[in-house]
Design a protein around this ligand. Structure first.
Ligand code: BG6
Length: 517
């Protein structure tokens, strides 16, 4: 086997492989690199999707040689690979890993990078294509791009290959800072070079929302205000803030999850059919939804947004501390670990159909889903039967875990009297497609290497998301501190979240019976 031939890549299909390129990871000693990026590259190589002319340069502060970096990553892979490791293939991958120590604010780093890129690029035939993955603290995003620009490493012209930059979240911490970052990036890069990542879009179940809605003829006609009563979107986590107290103190649940992940689910669920799967066709429709979200007045923020913070409680049968007792958290912290909100999308399809969103840490279970609640059928036919009420149909897109889609409807319970039971029609990914071993980053990395930005955020989308969230942040800041904690770990958030729904005559999905279907 030649050293250029990855063993498990024997049947590479040239048309499906990513472009030849070098990937530069800023922040290569961090969690993202070992947990997601390297395992994803390995999975891409395994599925024959990674170009043979590929290499990685990791940059971080710690001193390490190329060899030490390879050894470290090889040992990390034992822990974080999502499936079995083929030794020959891994050997092929690890020989393409390079490392250089450097501070992100040092000019020397960028000069050294230039030299190394040139050398590595030539050695692996990377056609002068580079992409930079900024897996660093957000404070560095603007600075790194500025310095890449100054070193001539971001320019695309007829003499260079392509240059792209992937920016991790958080993209700004409010509207103003997101705008400022966009301005900073655009001083160096064209919009088409910027790939703002949201890992929710790497999830198969999230990508499938578009296919489900627009690849089937039967759902679209009923996907509107005439048939749908409301939509409930939940991203519940059973874990607490774990080791990320320091970050979370500057963020809170609203910033951490809503303008990015939850709004992705909202836009994909609510958007009009795009005219093609071209990046801008899809993103134009998503953007329209964000712009159609009704802005909240001060008074509406008070009525339609609920925040909570967990106190101590029980998770998986064990006592767990409250948020304020977590590492790196202020013991009097006013930061929310739960948020519920009701938003309205003012357009012809959705007017008067509320979208209820909730997300939080230390909730009773890990579940992310989009539940579409249809309107109840007219009862008249059942008036003289023993049936007391009809249960509305519900379609649930199970994002994770237990990925799938289920439809609940009423059926006659066999027997001489008319009795209705609730039954479920279930599609489970694993049953049909087997277990997948992906990290969720493969498609995103592959798309970036292919120059397809469909699953990345455009500047206007990020800003539109923050525009919805900003008034909420402003009002919360202006209010006297909430008396936190207001929900116990292991429960479904503060009681006000229930009241938000009850006021509208609705309720959150919560019980095991709710989640069984
Ligand atoms: C991250 C948030 O973006 O998403 C975390 O910063 C959160 O706080 C995570 O836990 C949730 O992602 P997933 O894929 O587990 O739903």
């Amino acid at each position: 086997m030649s050293s250029e031939e990855p063993h498990a890549n024997g049947s590479l299909k040239p048309d499906e492989q990513s472009d030849p390129c070098v990937m530069v990871i800023f922040g290569a000693s961090g969690d993202l690199t070992k947990r997601k990026l390297i395992p994803s590259l390995y999975n891409l190589a395994k599925s024959h999707l990674l170009s043979r002319q590929f290499a990685v340069i990791g940059i971080a502060r710690s001193e390490m040689s190329h060899e030490q970096f390879r050894e470290k990553i090889t040992s990390d892979m034992k822990e974080f690979a999502t499936g079995d490791i083929d030794d020959d293939l891994w050997d092929w991958v690890q020989r393409r890993l390079y490392y250089m120590p450097g501070g992100f604010s040092d000019d020397a780093t960028y000069q050294n990078l230039k030299t190394l890129l040139d050398q590595v690029g030539k050695e692996h035939g990377a056609h002068n294509n580079y992409f930079y993955y900024l897996a660093t603290a957000p404070d560095y995003f603007g600075e790194i791009v500025k310095r890449l620009g100054a070193a001539g490493l971001a320019t695309e012209d007829e003499n260079t290959g392509w240059r792209r930059v992937i920016i991790e979240k958080p993209f700004g911490h409010d509207l103003e800072s997101a705008r400022a970052l966009n301005v900073e990036l655009k001083q160096v890069l064209h919009e088409k070079q910027i790939y703002r990542i949201d890992h929710y879009l790497g999830k198969e179940t999230v990508q499938n929302i578009l296919v489900f809605r627009f690849g089937n003829g039967i759902f679209e006609p009923i996907w509107n205000r005439r048939y749908i009563d409301h939509v409930q979107i939940t991203a519940a986590e059973s874990v607490g803030v774990e080791s990320r107290g320091g970050y979370y103190e500057t963020s809170g649940a609203l910033r951490d999850m809503v303008p990015n992940h939850l709004f992705q689910l909202v836009t994909l669920t609510a958007m009009e059919p795009p005219i093609s799967f071209e990046a801008d066709a899809v993103r134009d429709e998503q953007s329209k939804i964000l712009h159609a979200i009704q802005p909240m007045s001060d008074e509406e923020v008070l009525r339609r947004t609920i925040r909570g913070q967990y106190g101590d409680g029980t998770a998986k049968g064990e006592r767990v501390p409250g948020y304020r007792q977590e590492a790196s958290v202020n013991p009097n912290s006013g930061v929310e670990t739960f948020v519920a909100l009701k938003i309205l999308i003012d357009n012809w399809r959705w007017a008067d159909v509320p979208f209820y969103l909730r997300t939080g840490k230390r909730l009773p279970k890990r579940v992310t889903e989009v539940a579409i609640q249809f309107k109840r059928a007219p009862f008249v036919l059942f008036r003289d039967t023993g049936v007391e009420k009809l249960t509305p149909n519900r379609l649930v897109i199970h994002i994770q875990p237990d990925e799938g889609i289920s439809m609940r409807f009423g059926a006659k319970v066999p027997g001489p009297i008319v009795k209705l039971g609730e039954v479920d029609m279930d599609f489970n990914y694993e049953d049909y497609f087997g277990k997948t071993t992906s990290t969720g980053y493969e498609r995103l990395l592959y798309d970036c290497m292919a120059g397809d930005a469909t699953l990345f955020q455009r500047a206007d989308m990020v800003e539109a998301g923050w525009s919805v969230v900003n008034p909420i942040l402003d009002i919360w800041k202006a209010l006297p501190p909430r008396s936190f904690p207001n929900y116990a770990a292991g429960t479904w958030g503060p009681k006000e979240a229930d009241e938000l729904m009850e006021r509208d005559g609705r309720r959150w999905r919560k019980s095991e019976a709710d989640f069984s279907g």
